[in-house]
Design a protein around this ligand. Structure first.
Ligand SMILES: Cc1cc2nc3c(=O)[nH]c(=O)nc-3n(C[C@H](O)[C@H](O)[C@H](O)COP(=O)(O)O)c2cc1C
Length: 359
């Protein structure tokens, strides 16, 4: 059997193959009114297509644990029951297709309040429908972004509670995997990295202090998220800074801490927390970071970043570099990538009955 089509069980959830969809914001939810942040027809069609295409696990895009935790006013949110009800339609359909439904729980931190990317993605001032972003320290991401409000210790506890509430709602909405967004320069990443965290209290300074907020979120979510369901953490394994940033060594150390706190898989991405860095982008460019965590810890990992070819994906798994592959833009191009890969590898193809004449 190919490695790509071997099922994988984490806790009591069995994912039918290793072709997974990473979170990808659609910036397409209503920005105001009763349905603010709720998934709509676009989201249903988008996720449904990747499910009928045979994807093993779909991690729904970064979903705000609070209104101010959204990257843009158009992000999905999971802070009220209207949103939960709307997500149920998607999780029900994914399950009906044999796809495991996952969701990424997110707080955008100092990079919150921006416009849709296709409108330029610039920071949105409160007067233009945005809001004041929050961060560990009063340090802006770059010259275009506003200086965030530095969170007080009380406010940090409040945000930890928002993540826990969001996890409860994700469970009610029918999700079977939850992922905490600790990557790409958003709030948790802001706390982890000495580049963005200059605090002098118990949430800043040493490695232990900078990882405190992330681990408090993990603990609070793990308490709500049931023991039989897997909890993932997405990390930026490096800030890509020469010095003064989060490093791959930190990632390996933190992977062990995360596992001790009940995380079941590390989703290994990079970057997003420091502006102006050079990233050597190319096929599979982030795989070595996942492979290193895989080699040096016992925590399962997923690899992501320009994985597009069947042979490439199969090799990452059979070499033991990762436990699963996440295909982002390739699944946007080709929602049925898993089905094509299965055919190439001579595996039984999971095809909806309605499409059997296309096999
Ligand atoms: C349109 C788009 C939206 C994205 N949104 C998110 C997101 O919500 N959360 C996240 O962690 N990463 C996000 N990413 C990053 C992807 O999950 C993925 O890590 C990245 O695209 C690299 O994988 P790829 O080369 O297979 O596309 C997004 C990427 C794209 C292209």
């Amino acid at each position: 059997m190919s490695a790509l089509f071997e099922p994988r069980t984490l806790r009591d959830v069995t994912i039918p193959n290793r072709v997974w969809m990473p979170p990808m914001c659609q910036y397409s939810a209503a920005p105001e009114g009763p349905d603010t942040g709720a998934p709509n027809d676009w989201h249903f069609a988008h996720y449904a297509a990747r499910a009928t295409g045979g994807t093993g696990l779909i991690i729904v895009e970064a979903t705000g644990v609070s209104p101010e935790g959204r990257i843009s006013p158009y992000d999905l949110g999971i802070w009220n029951d209207t949103q939960v009800e709307a997500f149920r339609r998607i999780t029900r359909f994914l399950v009906s297709q044999g796809t495991v439904p996952g969701i990424q729980l997110a707080h955008a931190g100092r990079k919150a309040s921006t416009d849709q990317p296709w409108k330029g993605g610039a920071p949105l001032a409160p007067a233009a429908g945005g809001w004041q972003p929050l961060g560990p320290s009063a340090l802006a991401y770059d010259a275009k972004h506003p200086v965030p409000t530095e969170l007080t210790a009380d406010h940090i506890k409040h945000v930890v509670g928002q993540f826990a509430d969001a996890a409860g709602r994700a469970l009610a909405a029918g999700f079977e995997v939850a992922e905490i967004h600790g990557a790409h320069g958003y709030l948790i990443n802001n706390f982890l990295s000495p580049h963005s965290n200059h605090r002098t209290d118990e949430y800043g300074g040493s490695y232990e202090n900078r990882t405190r907020f992330a681990l408090e979120v993990v603990d609070a979510v793990r308490e709500v998220w049931p023991d039989d369901k897997p909890l993932f953490f997405r990390i930026s394994a490096t800030d890509w800074l020469e010095e003064g940033g989060w490093t791959p060594d930190d990632t390996v150390r933190f992977a062990r801490d995360l596992q001790a706190h009940g995380i079941d898989l590390l989703d290994v991405s990079t970057g997003g927390n420091a502006s102006g860095v050079r990233i050597p982008v190319g096929p599979g460019y982030q795989v070595p970071f996942a492979a290193r965590v895989k080699a040096e810890t016992t925590l399962p990992v997923a690899a992501v970043g320009l994985i597009t070819e069947t042979g490439q994906a199969e090799k990452i798994l059979s070499n033991g570099e990762a436990d699963a592959v996440l295909l982002g833009r390739e699944l946007l191009r080709n929602p049925s990538w898993a089905r094509h890969a299965a055919r190439e590898l001579g595996e039984a193809v999971r095809v909806p009955e309605q499409y059997h004449r296309s096999v």
